[in-house]
Each structure stands twice: as structure tokens, then as C-alpha cells.
Design a protein around this ligand. Structure first.
Ligand SMILES: Cc1ncc(C[n+]2csc(CCOP(=O)(O)OP(=O)(O)O)c2C)c(N)n1
Ligand SMILES: [Mg+2]
Length: 635
């Protein structure tokens, strides 16, 4: 209904939905709609308000039904990451448990700096029927609901207590979602009574609006100083983070590396920033890094960090850089990151800064000796990758109950590397796979390695695979998931079936937590509580028979095509069949939990008990005390 003076009478929920349809982003002259659709699970708190509005707009804003609210936030985050943060999805939930199920997803998105718009339903603003079903009560305030849990995990949070508040809240939400420095989860808590309430909204709110994603530029004085430091350096080293990929700076990075001969190590989010093969690509750096990258980092006199948060995995808990006089330059859109480790801060878009540095370092090239060192380390590492991927597990097949569990995980990774195409995408998040992949995988495309390792959230994998495939339907998407992660969140297979989203899930079955099991052993606790085994009725310990979970039967029951691949040949065949299969596929691969890929000149700080009666823990504590002496303060 149109009213005079350019107003239109709508419910608050209708206003929100109509606004979302009109939002677009633009960067480098390319424009796209910000929202590719809305995921939701209806209940009281969104079925009548937002649900009615989405039903009305279903032609312009597609609605997708998910199985779990946490998963739908992961889907949105993966979609946004695949779109280099220029597009995302919105998520709507009921009040109470539907809403709080999204908290973990919100944290994952915010930690990873990826935009997602969350629209949890909220309790009545008018309060008369309170406490409503699923309402949290407080004896101190009536201005509290479970949605307050989203505050620390959101980059913008608002509760819409009057319909006209969205007139200012929605543009703020967009500002934060499209800000390269601020982006993350944005939460607009929508009380269910207000959703259904009408207001005369200004028509201007529903005009098409383009949000230009800026390329911020560094201070010129600091840029000149950075160039001077690069020219003065003898053993410079670049760390490429996710920011390189988000800002579409991969060509600029390659140009700078080619011109100067500076080697490039990659974080988990940055893997693929300098696609392989390249003579200066030395692979993952840090706790799960390659030997080549870690030795170069250890001896570097200047570390140029591009678009990285410098998490403990990247810095090997501040032990990665051992030269006394090592210094840092950090290029980052976020001040928070640019100032880390006492770096010379270039608060800038990655592509802009790399492009501006290039002419300023013209004529500079690292010395011949350093170039030779890089080449030697790279060649040695490639030999090591071949060795590890060809190495069979030590399990004597005749001696074990389940002769199928004899493949080493690294062999499976090697087979996937051989089989997958250069633009195919692998999706992963938690367990032992991220570390193994960071070391062994050669990313041939900047969008080919999709790792959620900011939050390393078990359960992200399959949901993330959906988001990736929705964002890039032309690519083959392979989800690599451990049995533990699968059991935590496999239900979105149903959503993939429903929406005809073709993904291939490779499930690594090692009867529990190989990663945390190994960690537990390294801190002296023997893998306690990390195996999927029956409780032994006599001893009370979890060391009975292996729990035989039939993952293929489970996946088949959800509608997937399933394969069991106990050998490399069977895996090769299954991958070929899965490729031609229109349905989502699940390939179950039994792997040896104990056949782990070791560490390479690196460390991760996990403090060990100072008091213990066991020899193993005491020894682990001693090792830890020695190792942490290498931790440094960079001020
Ligand atoms: C939601 C969540 N809970 C707990 C953890 C801690 N954690 C990290 S890896 C892991 C085990 C993963 O098991 P699985 O998926 O089977 O992979 P594997 O370690 O066997 O390779 C656990 C419990 C986590 N990362 N995320
Ligand atoms: Mg496992």
C-alpha cells in the first residue's frame, strides 16, 4: 500500500526482506547482488513475520530450508568466502534454541572475517504474553533474551524494538557486512511482534543501492619506509594470508615475488595465493607448514605479512621467526592486524599495497645464494611430499580385525591430488586433515583450497561444501571430512539432495579423533577419550571393541549415493563414478589413525600439566618447557 510523501506501508519483516533484495556490492567496477538468498528454519518467532515476507518475495529472493541452524550459517559463510566476501546469504530462525544454534556459526564467521547476516527471531517486545515458549527469564531485567549471546560474536548487533528502527539498522548492517576491515557476523534480533507490525517506510529505503567495497591505501610515508626496508633486506620472506585472495591480489603478489625473488609461504586461508607450481611457492608456513617455508621463516630478516591475522598456527606460537633482528611489514585492511608483532603497518587493501610497492622496489632482487637456497628447499620438499604420499601405513593387514583400515591418510590425499582437476575445490575444517593438507596439498587455483581454520569448527565441512557449490556451481566440490566431524553434522546432506547441490564427500574413517588423539599422546595422556570404542564392562574404560559405525549406510539413508573405498584403486573408481553421479556422493575411506604426517621444524604451544604422577606427562612437561624458550615477544 502506497501512502503520500514517498512512503509505503509494510510490516517490519516485509521492509527487511524488500531491503535485502535491493542491496548490491561493487568492486573494481563489477557489480553483484549482495544476497544470494535466505536460509532458514521456521518456528515461532519467524514463521509469521519474516516467513510471510519471504513467501511474498520468493520469486526475487530464494528461500532455502536447512536442517540445522548452525549449519546454515556455515553455508552462508562458505558462500561468502567463495565470493571473496562480495556476496553472502541471510539466515532466519525462530526464537530460543533455533536462534542460539547459530551462535557457533556466528563465531566461526566473525573469527574468519567473513560476512553473514543473521536474523534470529526474538521474544515479544510488547512483553504482555511473557514468558513465551523458549523465553529466557531474568530476575534482574526484562531487557534480556538468549540473543544477547550473539553480542561478542557479531561485528554489529541490534535488536529491533520498533519497526522504524530498521531504517537506520539496515544500512549499518550493510556498512559492516561490506567493510573489508570490519566484516563478520551481523545480527539483527527481530522480536516476533515487531516483525508483524506495520510502519510507513520511506520508499527510498527500497531503492537499489550499491555498496562500493573500497581499496584502502596505505600512508605514503610508511609505504616508502616499507620499500626501503625491503631493499635493505637479505633474506626477506612473504606470508600470504586470506586477505590476498579476498582482495583479488594474487596477480599482484606473483608480480612482486617474480620481480624481487622473495619466496612466499601461505597460511591456511591464504593457500592458493601463489598457485603452484611456482619457483617461489614454498607452501604452508607455521605449525603445520612445510619444511621449506619453516626454514625460510626461521632465518628471515624481514617478514612481509600480507592479509593475515598471524594466528598461533602461522607464527608457530611465536617461535617461527628466530633471527634476532627480524622485522615485520604487515599489509592489512584491519589496523588490528597491521600492527601485530611490532610490524611496520601498511593499513591497506592487499592489492593496492602490493601494486604500489612494486615500482618502489624496482631493481631490487634477492641474492643468488638466497635464490639457490629457496630452490634447494623447494625441491627437497617436493621429494618429501612424494615420499609421504606414497608411504603406506604400518598396519599389518593380516593381523588386524578390520583389514580395510590400512590406508594412510596421506596416501588418500596423494590420490586426490592426482585425480582432482586444477579448478576443483576441496573443503575442510577440523581434525588431522587441515594440518596434513596444509603441508601436502598443492593448490593450483586461488579458490581451490577452502579451509575454515580460523575457528576450525567440526561440522563446517559438509555445510561449507554446500555454500561453496552454491557460489561456484561450475566447479567440482570435494568435502574432506573426518568421521568425528561427520557425526557432528552430516544432516545437510539432506539439504544438498533437496536442492540438487552436487558435492562429493570423502569421509576419512579412523574410528575417532586421530588429531586430538595424537595431541593427547604428545602431552602424556595416551590418547585418552579420543577413540570410538565400546565401554569395557569389566574395566569401565573406553577401550573395548571398535565401534563399527556404518557411514555408508548412514549417508545412503539421507539420500546420497555412497561408495566404500578401502584401497587406492577402489578410491580412484569411486571418484570417477561420483563425478558422473548427479546426486551428492559420499565415499567412505577407512584410514589408519596412527599413520600421521609429522611436523617440520615447527611447534604449537599446548601447555602440559605442571604436576603429575606419570612419567609420560613429566617428560612431556619437560619437552614443553624447553620448546617454549623459543617463543619471542615482538614489540
Ligand atoms: C565443534 C568442535 N568441537 C571440538 C573440536 C576439537 N577437535 C578438533 S579436531 C577433533 C577431532 C576430529 O575428529 P575427526 O573429524 O574424526 O578427524 P581426525 O582427528 O580423526 O582426523 C576435535 C574433537 C573442534 N575443533 N570443533
Ligand atoms: Mg577421525
Amino acid at each position: 500500500m502506497t501512502t503520500p510523501h514517498g512512503k509505503i506501508r509494510l510490516t517490519m519483516a516485509q521492509a527487511v526482506v524488500r531491503f535485502l533484495v535491493q542491496q548490491r556490492t561493487s568492486r573494481d567496477g563489477r557489480e553483484q547482488p549482495m544476497f544470494g538468498g535466505v536460509f532458514g528454519i521456521f518456528g515461532h518467532g519467524n514463521v509469521a513475520g519474516i516467513g510471510q515476507a519471504l513467501h511474498e518475495e520468493r520469486e526475487t529472493l530464494p528461500y532455502y530450508l536447512a536442517r540445522n541452524e548452525q549449519a546454515m550459517v556455515h553455508i552462508a559463510a562458505a558462500y561468502a568466502k567463495m565470493h571473496n566476501r562480495l556476496r553472502t546469504l541471510a539466515c532466519t530462525t525462530s526464537i530460543g534454541p533455533g536462534a542460539t544454534n547459530m551462535v557457533t556459526g556466528a563465531a566461526a564467521a566473525t573469527v574468519n572475517r567473513v560476512p553473514v547476516l543473521l536474523l534470529p527471531g526474538d521474544i515479544f517486545s510488547g512483553r504482555r504474553p511473557a514468558p513465551v515458549l523458549q523465553q529466557l527469564e531474568s530476575s534482574q531485567s526484562q531487557d534480556v533474551s538468549v540473543n544477547d549471546c550473539f553480542k561478542p560474536v557479531s561485528r554489529y548487533w541490534d535488536r529491533i524494538n520498533r519497526p522504524e528502527q530498521v531504517i537506520t539498522a539496515l544500512p549499518e548492517a550493510m556498512r559492516v557486512l561490506t567493510s573489508p576491515a570490519e566484516t563478520g557476523a551481523v545480527t539483527l534480533a527481530l522480536p516476533q511482534d515487531v516483525q508483524a507490525e506495520a510502519h510507513d517506510y520511506p520508499m527510498a529505503l527500497f531503492e537499489p543501492r550499491v555498496w562500493t567495497v573500497p581499496r584502502a591505501r596505505a600512508d605514503i610515508g610508511l609505504l616508502l619506509e616499507a620499500a626501503r626496508r625491503i631493499r635493505d633486506s637479505k633474506r626477506p620472506f612473504i606470508i600470504a594470508g586470506g586477505g590476498v585472495i579476498y582482495s583479488d591480489a594474487t596477480d599482484a603478489l606473483r608480480q612482486l615475488a617474480d620481480a624481487t625473488g622473495i619466496p612466499v609461504g601461505e597460511t591456511q586461508a591464504g593457500k592458493g595465493a601463489l598457485p603452484e607450481p611456482h619457483p617461489l611457492a614454498v607452501g604452508g608456513v607455521g605449525a603445520t607448514g612445510t619444511q621449506a617455508a619453516n626454514l625460510l621463516a626461521r632465518d628471515a630478516d624481514l617478514v612481509i605479512v600480507v592479509g593475515s591475522r598471524l594466528s598461533d598456527f602461522t607464527t608457530a606460537s611465536k617461535t617461527a621467526f628466530q633471527r634476532e633482528d627480524v622485522r615485520f611489514i604487515a599489509i592489512n585492511v584491519a589496523e588490528l592486524d597491521a600492527f601485530k608483532q611490532g610490524a611496520l603497518p601498511l593499513v591497506s587493501d592487499a592489492r593496492a599495497a602490493l601494486g604500489e610497492l612494486l615500482p618502489l622496489v624496482a631493481g631490487y632482487h634477492v641474492g643468488v645464494e638466497y635464490t639457490e637456497t629457496i630452490a634447494k628447499l623447494q625441491a627437497a620438499w617436493q621429494t618429501e611430499v612424494q615420499r609421504v604420499c606414497g608411504q603406506q601405513s604400518a598396519i599389518d593387514q593380516s593381523a588386524i580385525r578390520n583389514p580395510q583400515s590400512a590406508l594412510a591418510q596421506s596416501q588418500v590425499i596423494g590420490m586426490l591430488q592426482e585425480t582432482l582437476g586444477p579448478t576443483d575445490v576441496i573443503v575442510c575444517a577440523a581434525g588431522s586433515l587441515p594440518g596434513d593438507l596444509h603441508k601436502l596439498w598443492r593448490a593450483r587455483d586461488p579458490k581451490g583450497y577452502h579451509m575454515e581454520y580460523g575457528y576450525s569448527c567440526m561440522g563446517y565441512e559438509i555445510a561449507g561444501g554446500l555454500g561453496v557449490k552454491m557460489a561456484a556451481p561450475e566447479r567440482n566440490v570435494y568435502v574432506l571430512v573426518g568421521d568425528g566431524s561427520y557425526l557432528m553434522m552430516a544432516q545437510e546432506i539432506v539439504t544438498a539432495v533437496q536442492e540438487h547441490i552436487k558435492i562429493t564427500i570423502v569421509l576419512f574413517d579412523n574410528h575417532g579423533f586421530s588429531s586430538i588423539g595424537g595431541l593427547s599422546e604428545s602431552v602424556g595422556s595416551g590418547g585418552f577419550g579420543t577413540r570410538y570404542r565400546y565401554r569395557n564392562k569389566e574395566t569401565g574404560e573406553l577401550d573395548g571393541e571398535v565401534l563399527a559405525v556404518d557411514f555408508a549406510a548412514n549417508a545412503a539413508s539421507l539420500g546420497a549415493r555412497t561408495f566404500r573405498a578401502a584401497t587406492l584403486e577402489a578410491l580412484r573408481d569411486a571418484l570417477a563414478d561420483a563425478k558422473n553421479e548427479p546426486r551428492p556422493s559420499v565415499i567412505v575411506v577407512p584410514v589408519d589413525r596412527e599413520a600421521r604426517v609429522g611436523g617440520y621444524d615447527s611447534w604449537w604451544d599446548v601447555p602440559v600439566a605442571e604436576v603429575s604422577s606419570t612419567r609420560e606427562v613429566k617428560a612431556a612437561r619437560e619437552r614443553w618447557e624447553v620448546a617454549r624458550r623459543k617463543e619471542r615477544d615482538f614489540l
